[in-house]
Write a protein that binds this ligand. Structure first.
Ligand SMILES: NC(=O)c1ccc[n+]([C@@H]2O[C@H](COP(=O)([O-])OP(=O)(O)OC[C@H]3O[C@@H](n4cnc5c(N)ncnc54)[C@H](OP(=O)(O)O)[C@@H]3O)[C@@H](O)[C@H]2O)c1
Length: 403
């Protein structure tokens, strides 16, 4: 007898069962690197069968008499979903688009670290692919990540892949913002995804009203949110606030010897700087959490809320020298946003929204918007003070995001 093309006796045989006993752990995913293909299909098949059996068991348990009241049934359903998601932490299959990128590499590592079978969809390598990207993909494979090479245009391939996973996270670069419509189309057809997180990861785009260049930039991201909602795909929209290493490099220039530091506006507005590793950890947790389904989550850990002036003082204390603060007035910044070419006009408008207007902190968290450090109080995040210690010892390299 066969099931999905595999002989039942073979699937049920001890060595195969043993191989897949703990497929979510790094150790037991190692065989996939060696025998990718057959084992991969088997793994997906066996996992699906196990899930179906669990569902059948739950249905059997729920059919006993005395449980017919609708309200109570709905409560149980919610509890069951929650328990399923909680117990499935460490086994939901996560597909990441843009996993080889700046934020993506942290996301992939966090997904593996939290025990998820992790898939990365990446463009096929060419002669122009950088050696560092090839090394990174090898590193991922050694960690047990399944790399699938392909283009976003390959609809059928995307659908087939998406059917095998539970959660889809996009960390594609900004210029690919509309390419995400292809992912949304494939998710719609696959019709199995429990959660989609589009590539937001900045300010809370539905709650800010910045200068026109940044407004136009955000408008494209908002369109992806709306398309996700319209498609009826379960989502979480993440407002990760500032990537801390990225912005500390930009604001403090720790790689250069300078006497001056630019201060945007008064420098007193509170901002949120989150270490990239923590953004990734929160995101993997959020993506698997029933509480965050169809919700916006912002990442505002209390020790990462700081003004630009406070950040400069903290850095001065750590390195034992002082800087001249060169204030750039709001008027000057607005003028620059009107005169600079693309993408500098967007960049200066982002600085205006974050550091002059304090837009990251300009709304309350509560019913509408959840906050990550409240959802996961046990996650030991890196405070901005600790991050500056990392900068003292081993400063992360400066990067510039694609616009
Ligand atoms: N809040 C902040 O401080 C902050 C800072 C920077 C960025 N962001 C946001 O974070 C998100 C991720 O940005 P990132 O800087 O991490 O992205 P990135 O490193 O520039 O790119 C991510 C990935 O996108 C894919 N990609 C690049 N060009 C492509 C193309 N032409 N066609 C198809 N795929 C392409 C690549 O994956 P493959 O080659 O493997 O296919 C790449 O590794 C964006 O939404 C961005 O706006 C936020």
């Amino acid at each position: 007898m066969e099931k999905n093309g595999f002989p039942v006796a073979f699937i049920d045989s001890e060595p195969i069962q043993k191989l897949f006993r703990f497929p979510e752990t790094k150790l037991h995913r190692q065989p996939f690197i060696k025998y990718k293909g057959l084992e991969e299909s088997l793994y997906i098949y066996i996992e699906r069968e196990r899930e179906r059996e669990r569902e059948r068991e739950q249905i059997r348990g729920d059919q006993c008499p005395g449980h017919k009241d609708r309200e109570r049934e709905r409560d149980r359903e919610r509890q069951r979903e929650r328990a399923e998601m909680e117990s499935s932490e460490g086994k939901c299959k996560i597909l990441i688009f843009g996993g080889s990128g700046y934020l993506g590499k942290y996301m992939v590592k966090a997904s593996i670290f939290l025990g998820h079978p992790t898939y990365v969809y990446s463009r096929p390598p060419t002669a122009k692919t950088s050696p560092s990207k090839i090394d990174l993909l090898h590193e991922f494979q050694a960690m047990g990540v399944s790399i699938i090479h392909g283009e976003l245009e390959e609809h059928e391939k995307l659908v087939r892949l998406i059917k095998q996973v539970d959660v889809v996270i996009s960390v594609l670069a900004y210029p690919q913002v509309f390419e995400q419509l292809k992912i949304i189309d494939a998710i719609k057809v696959a019709d199995n995804v429990k959660r989609f997180l589009p590539s937001d990861f900045g300010c809370e785009e539905d709650r800010v009203n910045p200068l026109p260049p940044f407004q136009q930039f955000l408008e494209k991201k908002r369109k992806i949110r709306r398309a996700t909602e319209e498609a009826g795909i379960p989502y979480t929209f993440v407002s990760a606030n500032c990537f801390a290493s990225y912005f500390v490099n930009y604001l403090l220039n720790p790689h250069e010897i300078r006497d001056n530091i630019n201060v945007y506006g008064s420098g007193k507005a509170n901002v949120v700087l989150n270490y990239e590793e923590d953004i990734a950890m929160y995101t993997i947790k959020v993506a698997n959490d029933p509480r965050t389904s169809n919700r916006i989550v912002t990442y505002r850990p209390p020790k990462n809320i700081i003004s630009q002036l406070e950040l400069i003082s903290l850095w001065e204390k750590k390195i034992g020298r002082n800087f001249n603060r060169v204030h750039i007035s709001e008027q000057e910044i607005i003028k620059l946003s009107e005169t600079l070419p693309y993408p500098q006009n967007v960049q200066i408008s982002i600085l205006h929204a974050i550091f002059v207007k304090g837009d990251l902190m300009n709304f309350e968290v509560g019913e509408d918007i959840l906050e990550a450090s409240k959802l996961y109080p046990d996650l030991k995040y890196t405070s901005i003070d600790q991050l500056l210690d990392i900068f003292l010892v081993n400063p992360p390299k400066p990067v510039v995001a694609a616009f």
